[in-house]
Design a protein around this ligand. Structure first.
Ligand code: GNR
Ligand code: NI
Length: 185
């Protein structure tokens, strides 16, 4: 496994539309392994392939789970890993009513904003082994899947904000980028 670099705004690659995967093979599994490692290291709860510069319809997520968390004697919790892999995800159905979550994005570092999305969605996809699967998502899972599926279309959560908010965030990020470049050079 290897860590990959996460692209951040402003970057045109993040606006690319990702392509459907033809076959879930060893190379694609290696990409998913790398993405998961990169996501955990960040740390984040989801990552789309385009965020590491690969325009394929591949998503990894780990939103944790109560079922897999362990409670120790001293009442502290250990979250066991519950990785999820989505290849070629498609929305079959989404709910009428929305819910609002405060979202962040590894490609928009340090910025958070409330976003409205359908509260529930029914998704079909291929799993890590290329097997067709379906999932009915709600809560954080639904929000996160939709956030990641937006990445596959070149959409970022800041696109849902007012023009003013979005412009301010992009300005801030490009300034930060220039400062980082100056320090490196
Ligand atoms: O780590 C992440 N947290 C998050 C919080 C609320 C809604 C969506 C997300 S996804 C984000 C990681 C990321 O940028 N995935 O594309
Ligand atoms: Ni994101």
């Amino acid at each position: 496994m290897a860590l990959r670099q996460i692209l951040t705004e402003p970057n045109k690659i993040l606006r690319e539309k990702s392509l459907f995967v033809e076959k879930v093979d060893k190379d694609l599994q290696k990409l998913m392994d790398d993405m998961l490692e990169t996501m955990y290291a960040a740390p984040g709860i989801g990552l789309a392939a385009i965020q590491v510069g690969v325009p394929k319809r591949v998503i990894v997520m780990d939103i944790g789970s109560r079922n897999t968390s362990e409670t120790l004697n001293d009442n502290t919790h250990i979250e066991k890993k519950s990785p999820m892999y989505f290849v070629n995800p498609e929305i079959i159905e989404k709910s009428e009513h929305n819910s609002t979550y405060e979202e962040g994005c590894l490609s928009v570092p340090g910025q958070f904003a409330e976003v409205d999305r359908p509260a529930k969605c029914h998704i079909k996809y291929l799993d890590y082994h290329g097997q067709p699967k379906e999932i009915k998502a709600e809560g954080m899972l639904a929000t996160c899947i939709q956030h990641e599926m937006d990445h596959l279309e070149g959409i970022l959560f800041i696109d849902y904000l007012s023009k003013l908010k979005k412009t301010m965030i992009i300005k801030k990020l490009s300034k930060q980028k220039k400062t980082v470049e100056r320090i490196i050079v």
